[in-house]
Design a protein around this ligand. Structure first.
Ligand SMILES: C[S@@+](CC[C@H](N)C(=O)[O-])C[C@H]1O[C@@H](n2cnc3c(N)ncnc32)[C@H](O)[C@@H]1O
Length: 256
C-alpha cells in the first residue's frame, strides 16, 4: 500500500477521517442543494444509477457516511442535518475525496422521510446520537418518537436495516422499549468492527470522555404494514427523561 502524501490525511480528536484528500482536479460535488419542489426524491436520477440507498439522519459532519461511501462504492448515500455548518464540513470532505455515491443536504430528518423519501425505497437508515434535548422546554424536538419510527419503517424496503446509537442512558432505555415494535432489534455489544474508535464524531468524543455508548440495529418488521405501524405508534409514549450534567458538558465540547 502506498503512503498517503503529506497533508492528505485529516484527523479529529486524534482519529483519522476516512479517506484522503485528492488533488483538486478529482474533486466532486456532494451538495444536494435543493429538494424537489414537491413529491418524492428519485434516487436513480439523483445518483445516476440504480443502487441500494443508505441514509444518515442527523449526520453531523458526515464521518460515518464518508467511511461507508468509500468502503461500499456499490451503495449510494444521503446525509441530512438541520445545521448548515456541519453540512458544509461534510460536503467539503465528500468533495475532496472525489465521491460520486454521496450527497449531503441541510434539512430535517422527519421532513425528509415524510415528504421526500418514497415508501419502501431505502436499504439502510442510520441515526447516530440524536440530540437528547435535555431541556424540558425543547423535549418536543427529540427525533426518536413513535411517529418518527413509523416513518423510518415506511421508508425502508421490507427487511431494511435501521441502526441507532446514543450515549444518553435514558434515551437508550426509551429506544430499547419502542424500537422493537417496528424492527427485529438486536443490541450491538461493543464498537462497530468497521470503526473501532467510533463511527461518528460524537461517538469518538463520548468515549474519550468516558461515557458509555449504546448501540442497536434491526431489520424492519415485514409483518407490519404502514397502517399497522402508524396505529402501533399512536399507542406508544413520547420519550421522557431527566437532565444530566455530564451530557450538558459534552454537548458544549461537541459544538466547539
Ligand atoms: C449530537 S449530534 C450527532 C451528530 C452525528 N450523528 C454524530 O454522531 O457525530 C446531533 C445532530 O443532529 C442534528 N439534528 C437535530 N435535530 C435534527 C433533525 N430534526 N433533523 C436532522 N438533524 C437534526 C443536529 O444538528 C446535530 O448535528
Amino acid at each position: 500500500m502506498s503512503t498517503p502524501a503529506p497533508g492528505t490525511i485529516e484527523e479529529e480528536w486524534g482519529v483519522p477521517i476516512p479517506g484522503v484528500i485528492l488533488p483538486p482536479e478529482r474533486w466532486t460535488q456532494t451538495a444536494l442543494k435543493r429538494m424537489p419542489a414537491e413529491g418524492r426524491l428519485d434516487w436513480s436520477s439523483l445518483f445516476g444509477r440504480v443502487a441500494p440507498v443508505v441514509l444518515d439522519l442527523g449526520c453531523g459532519n458526515g464521518r460515518f457516511l464518508l467511511g461507508s461511501a468509500l468502503s461500499r462504492p456499490d451503495h449510494d448515500h444521503l446525509g441530512i442535518d438541520t445545521l448548515p455548518v456541519v453540512i458544509r464540513y461534510a460536503r467539503r470532505r465528500g468533495n475532496q475525496r472525489g465521491l460520486t455515491n454521496l450527497k449531503f443536504a441541510v434539512g430535517g430528518a422527519t421532513e425528509l422521510l415524510r415528504d421526500y423519501v418514497p415508501p419502501g425505497s431505502v436499504a439502510e437508515i442510520h441515526c447516530y446520537h440524536p440530540q437528547p434535548y435535555v431541556d424540558p422546554k425543547s423535549a418536543h424536538r427529540r427525533l426518536i418518537s413513535p411517529a418518527f419510527l413509523a416513518l423510518v419503517h415506511r421508508s425502508l424496503k421490507p427487511g431494511g436495516l435501521f441502526v441507532i446509537q446514543t450515549d444518553h442512558p435514558d434515551y437508550w432505555n426509551y429506544m430499547r422499549r419502542v424500537v422493537p415494535i417496528f424492527f427485529d432489534f438486536r443490541i450491538q455489544p461493543g464498537p462497530w468492527p468497521d470503526a473501532p474508535e467510533g463511527r461518528t464524531r460524537r461517538e469518538i468524543l463520548a468515549r474519550q470522555r468516558g461515557l458509555k455508548v449504546y448501540r442497536g440495529y434491526g431489520w424492519s418488521r415485514v409483518d407490519l404494514n404502514v397502517d399497522e405501524a402508524i396505529s402501533a405508534a399512536e399507542r406508544q409514549p413520547m420519550p421522557f427523561f431527566r437532565r444530566d450534567r455530564r451530557h450538558r458538558d459534552i454537548d458544549r465540547l461537541e459544538r466547539e
